[in-house]
Write a protein that binds this ligand. Sequence first.
Ligand SMILES: NC(=O)c1ccc[n+]([C@@H]2O[C@H](COP(=O)([O-])OP(=O)(O)OC[C@H]3O[C@@H](n4cnc5c(N)ncnc54)[C@H](O)[C@@H]3O)[C@@H](O)[C@H]2O)c1
Length: 425
Amino acid sequence: MVCVNRTETKLAVLGQGYVGLPLAMRAVQVGHDVVGFDVAPDRIKRLTAGESYVEDISSEILASALESKRYLPSSEPKALAGFDVGVITVPTPLREGNPDLSYIESAASMLARYLRPGACVILESTTYPGTTEELVGPMLEEGSGLTVGTDFHLGYSPERIDPGNPDWALANTPKVVSGVDAASLAAVQGFYDTIVERTVPVSTPKEAELTKLLENTFRHVNIALVNELAMFANDLGIDIWEAIDAASTKPFGYLRFTPGPGVGGHCLPIDPSYLSWRVRRRLGHSFRFVELANDVNDHMPDYVVRRLVGALNRQKKAMNGSRILLLGLAYKKNTSDDRESPAVVVAQRLLELGAEVRAADPHVIEEHVDRRVVRVDATPEELAAADVVVLLTDHDAFDFDAVAGHATYVFDTRRRLSGEHVEHL
Ligand SMILES: NC(=O)c1ccc[n+]([C@@H]2O[C@H](COP(=O)([O-])OP(=O)(O)OC[C@H]3O[C@@H](n4cnc5c(N)ncnc54)[C@H](O)[C@@H]3O)[C@@H](O)[C@H]2O)c1
């Protein structure tokens, strides 16, 4: 058996995105030899050139990993040969509302080709409970001719990375670990003990898989709660933000969540549906909390548009032909990720209503927004020329004083601004 808790392990990380790249960098830092494998050749090209596309990884960190010769970005499957630990960090999207595990399947079949006795495979992608044991294990066995537990280790460890969070990074965030048997758990835990400060073992991969879905469903449901409350509070003429601030002074039994234009990214709009799908498939029940939260959160971009129409109406203007400046396209502040971003939906709805939509976002490069949206900088002239400025993502890079000072009307979905012309969600 390969001893995985020593350094110098040959680690293969499949998927070099928001999850895989930070793991690869951290592993290099602690002394492992790492292959950063990705099927997207353009990503490998950028990594090889020392250009990071993930904010939390500076190009300096990437450059020093490359210089150490212990990091090899590659899209060549044969680079996986001889791996001791293989970690799968590939996407798990929804296709027509159902889990799409094709990326995990493709990564598992790739690893199976190079699986050796004693090696360890760990799934990190977020997925429904049962995926590791019922899908990944059998695929690895079939592709390698080896037996899980007897010949190789297998486990699941959810990723908790929070892009853009300056306080909690991979190394200091406790990591839940699991294995299909005691030896697998020891191997998985041994590996992550070299990566993070604290590992948290659970009995089987199913508990670890559920842990991740519980965490994200908890956030999803609580965000939906404050979003729905925000809509009612506005109609009742009550300041929801003040109530949230006051409730947040309670030292126990309350956790602060704030309203916004909707949820986005790779996690909240998707992960809870993996859980409700599994519950429906296995038990025949609907997971009502998830469905309700989806309903409320999915509705928020439309609600934002409704408030904008109302604001223009008060100025005796129509949405058709109005100039709307969106501040922020990313789903989350200080990140460049606009996947599933509510801003994309808001922009689409505004275009459908005939608005002239412009958008400023200093982070987003690989945009998913409609091509008719004109990308601009949030200059004083742009701010002043807009009929409505909508703050959707409160990136620290925005000059909020300038926004409040130059815009004639701002709809602020994050409560970052105050002033005469500012209205909050
Ligand atoms: N982004 C987050 O904040 C976050 C946090 C926790 C968990 N997760 C979960 O981690 C997983 C990965 O998310 P991400 O945000 O890093 O995605 P990402 O899109 O940023 O990166 C995934 C990468 O995998 C690559 N890929 C696809 N198929 C592959 C294959 N067969 N072999 C190798 N590479 C392949 C893609 O080209 C892409 O570069 C998902 O399950 C997600 O739900 C994400």
